[in-house]
Design a protein around this ligand. Structure first.
Ligand code: NDP
Length: 293
């Protein structure tokens, strides 16, 4: 069976083009503030991609870089300032925060109307209640990708492997909402799931977000299933000049030719996350300006 590759770039490009056109007609530029505390190299890379995305669509953006020994009080002060800043529509606190900082307290301090990452309990609560406002970016991107490639989930059995608040749990909730790209029968799996392969191989769609390189192989995937690989893992690769490469949570070689469709790593879900962050920022801006998003 030929496995269809579900690439994120064309979908991201379409979202960017739409946002760019909206910004061109806007009264002012939507603004995104990013807080980057500490010196985690991966976080630095993610933040630079976000800055680049803002430049591409024409958003105003500011990155606040704080040292690793920043205090909780300093962080909370900065969040309070950004909450009050009318040029800032969206606030993103890049995770993980340095040790010793109470992450929950910082996320809770962000104005829920500027919480474009969707991690504030008020926004997560709305998602649980079936009335979402800001939806976390990676889960929203997964649904958008399925929509773009016309792979509805209604009536399908979907296994989500992982239950983090960033990916697994919110995507499970989204898939259980009403609608053609919801209405799924969702099984949320985690490290205590018994016989994971038996569960996932009985599903029409498998969403892998466990953070274990190439953990899911042919035995986990039913022939023809749609596989969304959220994983981004760095593994050693002496053949590469950098000495490493990115792989997903799915063993692509084992699953190609078996799955009906598969998101590549890199280049599948990854590009969607930034696109959805910018879309959420536009939605925050549109709310302030009284526009239809
Ligand atoms: P977390 O480490 O926060 O969560 C991993 C989840 O997977 C946990 O719920 C854990 O279970 C479960 N799990 C771990 N091992 C197994 C196993 N062997 N079998 C079944 N379940 C398991 O990870 P994240 O959700 O933050 O990220 C998941 C992956 O997605 C990572 O590779 C990350 O890099 C990537 N990612 C990609 C993004 C993108 O833009 N493409 C964005 C965000 C993340 P338990 O709860 O029991 O511990």
């Amino acid at each position: 069976m030929e496995t269809r590759l579900l690439k994120g770039a064309p979908v991201r490009d379409a979202v960017f083009a739409e946002l760019k056109a909206k910004v061109a007609r806007a009264r002012r530029r939507p603004g995104l503030a990013v807080i980057l505390a500490g010196d985690d190299p991966a976080s630095g890379v993610y933040v630079s991609h976000k800055e680049k995305g803002c430049d591409e669509v024409g958003f105003h953006h500011v990155t606040h870089r704080l040292p690793a020994d920043t205090t909780q009080a300093a962080l909370l002060d900065l969040v309070a300032q950004l909450n009050d800043d009318p040029a800032i529509d969206g606030i993103l606190v890049q995770l993980p925060l340095p040790r010793g900082i109470d992450q929950e307290a910082v996320l809770l301090a962000v104005d829920p109307l500027k919480d474009v990452d969707g991690f504030h309990p008020a926004n997560l609560g709305r998602l649980v209640a079936g009335n979402p406002r800001f939806v976390p970016c990676t889960p929203k991107g997964i649904i958008r990708l399925l929509r773009h490639y016309d792979l509805p989930t209604a009536g399908r059995r979907v296994a989500v492997v992982g239950r983090s608040v960033i990916v697994g749990r919110p995507v499970s909730l989204l898939l259980s909402l009403k609608g053609a790209f919801g209405d799924a029968t969702v099984t949320m799996c985690h490290s205590a799931t018994r016989d994971l392969a038996a569960v996932t191989s009985a599903c029409d769609v498998v969403i892998a977000a466990l953070g274990v390189p190439r953990a899911l192989g042919a035995a986990h995937i039913a022939p023809g299933a749609v596989v969304v690989d959220v994983g981004i893992n760095r593994i050693a690769d002496p053949a590469r000049p950098t000495g490493e490469r990115l792989v997903g949570d799915v063993d692509e070689t084992a699953v190609r030719g078996r799955a009906g469709a598969l998101t590549p790593v890199p280049g599948g879900v990854g590009p969607m996350t930034i696109a959805m962050l910018l879309e959420n920022t536009w939605e925050a801006y549109a709310r302030v300006e009284g526009l239809n998003a």
